[in-house]
Design a protein around this ligand. Sequence first.
Ligand code: AMP
Length: 582
Amino acid sequence: MQFSELAAVFEKLEGTASRLEMTAILAALFTKMDRGEAERIVYLCQGSIAPAYEGIDLGVGEKFVIEAIALSSGQTRPNVEREYKRMGDLGLVAEKLLQKKAQMSLCTSELTVAKVFESFLRLAKLSGHGSQEGKIKSVAELLNNASVLEAKYIVRFTLGKLRLGVGDPTILDALSTYKAGDKSLRVKIERAYNLCSDLGYVARMFFEGGEVAVEKFKPAPLKPIRPALAERLPTAEEIYEKIAKNSEQKEVTVEAKYDGLRMQVHKTGKQVEIFSRKLERMTKMFPEIVQAALEINAKEFILEGEALAYSVKEKRYFSFQQTIQRKRKYGVEAMSKEFPLRLFAFDVLYLDGKDYTQIEYAKRRETLEQLVKKNKTIVASDQIIATNAAQVEKYFQKCIAEGLEGIIAKDMAAPYVAGARKFAWIKLKKSYGAMVDTVDVVICGYYLGKGAREEFKFGGLLGAVLNEDTGNFETIARIGGGFTEEEMVNFEEMLEKIKTKEKPKKLLSDVVPDFWTELKYVITVASDEITLSPMHTCGRVGDTGYALRFPRMVSLRDDKGPEDATTTNEIIEMYEMQRKGK
Ligand code: AMP
């Protein structure tokens, strides 16, 4: 496929906010793909050249892209910079400045998708001494051969700012629509995606093998599985009733809910990889977990657990705040001695060639206990089997008294539902006011400090939740409290780097903060209750949406991305629970 065709599709996608329309545009694009192009085109639509867990970044900074535009357009650097200041988007600057040149010369060679993709790959691989010059030259070379529209998207792509507003759900819908004419195959394709987190790979399998190939899909070590999520209910009683009805013996498994770092540990032969909840590789940060995984007596496995740091000196476990200090690139060895991690394993998803995700939890747990029996670092999570609600409540109280976050009750008959929030797992956390749970919001803007806080450029955040049905983000709270001075300084620095002139395309907001930001960071927020409010767009019907009362920051959730934010439907459910509880 010619790259110009893809650039034209990007332009169309950018021009619409309707998910239906985006789906139709993408489905039409897929019908035009040649064999072997599916993988690359899907990655490009995601604004990347590989699945997110590979962590590949083209690594071209603005400075170098400005240089490349200057080189290719024959303009001076200050000229390009001036235009950038004026237009605020280097893609548009390239489009404008190359226009002048395009009118003068006709000597461009046609770009194909394959050619552009290969150039991006080479760009990503360039590193070390002299690599920046190489990157500038590569981008300039691409721009020399590009039409103005192609240039706009090449520039945005190399900067990591494609931002078409196309999410994975839309691509999944489009893949199904392309083959079936409707969304009927989405569930099957999505299952495969949830088992490998690699949409390009799934697209290729689907194109080559159709419905059968995605149906037969199995997890494999080194490809992270999208994590199962927990539902919530307000009382031990409701939790027990909900799960016990699926069990002949009326038995419910109840586990301690550890508040640490979720980890997916993969092993194949002598290779171990550790993925975070966001599916980023964290292997190098936790050598003691790698060592423990190597000691487990199985050739290949994927297991999941929650890791907590342990203080050797104080002989006690740390909470999330301290455990997260172990997420660092430097001083890893020393920290692993002083605050070693212990992984409380709670599931096994794959073992020696066999897919365990389809197997009922009771059996998975049995296998897990066998696997980690002799290990001191990776141990099975604490659990009881409850046969009535009072036992659930008692275990909950015991966990809270021990300083844990709460419990997670599990349905012993349920499979592992990758990437979904189902009643197979139900959490009960210690309460915050009338709220049954904290809320994870995406930062979408921030405010400047006022009054006593004037010395800080940072005075609060605007937070949004995810509407899963539309793929948009909806505001729910302005968070002005709960920050330490250090956090305020950190936010100021972090957010300065991602502030944007315009409201993000996928954000619905009537509130206007001092600065908008890219949708990148997630924070956990505690609040007193959910109220109805005309201010925020969360779940809005007519003039009324939902808002958080007295929201305050609990922690920055490095381990969560925007797609992991609390959803609008969860807020509505929590609001209903709160109403019933009053
Ligand atoms: P939440 O993040 O509040 O939705 O709670 C779900 C999280 O609890 C999971 O993502 C895990 O990181 C964590 N967790 C802690 N202990 C367990 C456990 N025993 N089973 C499952 N998840 C657990």
